[in-house]
Design a protein around this ligand. Structure first.
Ligand SMILES: Cc1cc2nc3c(=O)[nH]c(=O)nc-3n(C[C@H](O)[C@H](O)[C@H](O)COP(=O)(O)OP(=O)(O)OC[C@H]3O[C@@H](n4cnc5c(N)ncnc54)[C@H](O)[C@@H]3O)c2cc1C
Length: 273
C-alpha cells in the first residue's frame, strides 16, 4: 500500500466517509470545474440534495470537507459535482487540481430542501440559480420525476460572462437528445441563461428580469408574475439573489416550504457573495 493509500484508509475504516475515485474532470473556466466520482452501491439520495465532500488533510491534519450539491440525478451510476475554484479556499485551492484516479472523501448522509418532496403540486417548476447554484438543477432537471410532476421545468442560470454558462450545451442540446427523457425535455424544459457583465440575448440579473416581467415574456408564458396556484420555485446560489427572489415570491403570496411541510418555494443558502 502506498503512503497516500495508507492515509486514505483511516476514514474508510472508521466509516465516517466513503472514499471514492475520481472518474473524470472537466475545467470550464478558471473559476468553474466539474468532476465525476464513483458511487458507493449503498449511497441513496434524492435529486437536488447535497452531501459533504472533501480531501484528506495534509501533514496529518483533519480532512477538509465542504457541502456540495450532487449535480447528477438520483438514478445515475456515478456522482457528479459542479465546483467553484476559490484561489485561497481551504478545499477548492486543492480540489481544483484533482485528476482521474484520485480519491475523494464523501459523507454518508445526503440532505437538503431543494427536492421535489418539499414542494406542493403545481404546473411550472422554476429552478433559479446563479454560478454553481446551477448544480442542484443539473440533478433535478435530469430526473424524470420532475417531468411527471410538472408540465414545465424552467432552469434559469445567471453568470457574469457568457463563458461562465457552464452546461449550456447540456440544456440547449444534450438533454433534448437524451435517450431516457429527451422527448420529455423537448416538450417541457425551458432554459433561460442570463449574463450580467457583457452583451447577451438575456442580459442582467434574474431578479430584475422577474420584476420587469421580461422572463415571463421571453419564455412566452401566459403570466407576468408568479402565480401561487401554479408556480413552484427552487432557488440556489448567491445569498443576495436568494434573499431578493424569496422576498419577491413572498410579496406575491408564495410560501416557503420544507421537507417537513411542503410549500410553494424552497431555497438553499449554498454560498455567500
Ligand atoms: C448546502 C450547500 C451546498 C453547496 N454546494 C456547492 C456546490 O455544488 N458547488 C460549489 O462549488 N460550492 C458549493 N457550496 C459551497 C462549498 O461548500 C464551499 O464553500 C466551496 O467549495 C469553497 O470551499 P473552500 O474551502 O475552497 O472555500 P470556503 O472557505 O468554503 O469559501 C471561501 C469563500 O469563497 C466564496 N465561495 C464559496 N463557495 C462559492 C461558490 N460555490 N460560488 C461562489 N463563491 C463561493 C465565499 O465568499 C466564501 O466565503 C455549497 C455550500 C452549501 C452550504
Amino acid at each position: 500500500m502506498s503512503e497516500s493509500n495508507a492515509v486514505l484508509a483511516a476514514p474508510a475504516q472508521n466509516s465516517a466517509f466513503h472514499v471514492e475515485t475520481v472518474l473524470w474532470v472537466k475545467h470550464w473556466t478558471d473559476q468553474y470545474f466539474s468532476f465525476g466520482i464513483t458511487r458507493p452501491p449503498s449511497f441513496r439520495f434524492r435529486s437536488g440534495e447535497f452531501v459533504m465532500i472533501g480531501l484528506p488533510g495534509e501533514d496529518g491534519k483533519k480532512p477538509i470537507l465542504r457541502a456540495y450539491s450532487i449535480a447528477s440525478p438520483a438514478w445515475e451510476e456515478e456522482l457528479e459535482f459542479f465546483s467553484i475554484k476559490v484561489a485561497d479556499g481551504p478545499l477548492t485551492s486543492r480540489l481544483q487540481k484533482i485528476k482521474v484516479g484520485d480519491q475523494i472523501l464523501m459523507g454518508k448522509k445526503p440532505t437538503g430542501t431543494l427536492v421535489l418532496d418539499a414542494l406542493k403540486p403545481g404546473k411550472r417548476l422554476w429552478l433559479i440559480g446563479t454560478g454553481t447554484g446551477l448544480a442542484p438543477w443539473l440533478s433535478v432537471a435530469r430526473d424524470p420525476a420532475a417531468y411527471e410532476q410538472f408540465e414545465q421545468i424552467i432552469v434559469t442560470h445567471t453568470v457574469r460572462s457568457i463563458v461562465d454558462l457552464a452546461y449550456r450545451d447540456l440544456f440547449e442540446k444534450d438533454l433534448i437528445e437524451h435517450e431516457l427523457f429527451g422527448e420529455l425535455a423537448k416538450e417541457q424544459l425551458l432554459y433561460y441563461p442570463t449574463v450580467t457583465r457583457e452583451p447577451f440575448k438575456y442580459e442582467g440579473r434574474i431578479t430584475d428580469r422577474i420584476l420587469s416581467g421580461a422572463v415571463f415574456r421571453d419564455l412566452g408564458l401566459p403570466i407576468d408574475t408568479f402565480d401561487p396556484a401554479e408556480d413552484r420555485i427552487m432557488i440556489c446560489g448567491a445569498m443576495g439573489m436568494i434573499k431578493e427572489v424569496a422576498a419577491i415570491l413572498e410579496s406575491q403570496g408564495l410560501v416557503e416550504g420544507s421537507n417537513h411541510e411542503p410549500g410553494d418555494f424552497v431555497l438553499e443558502r449554498a454560498f455567500v457573495g
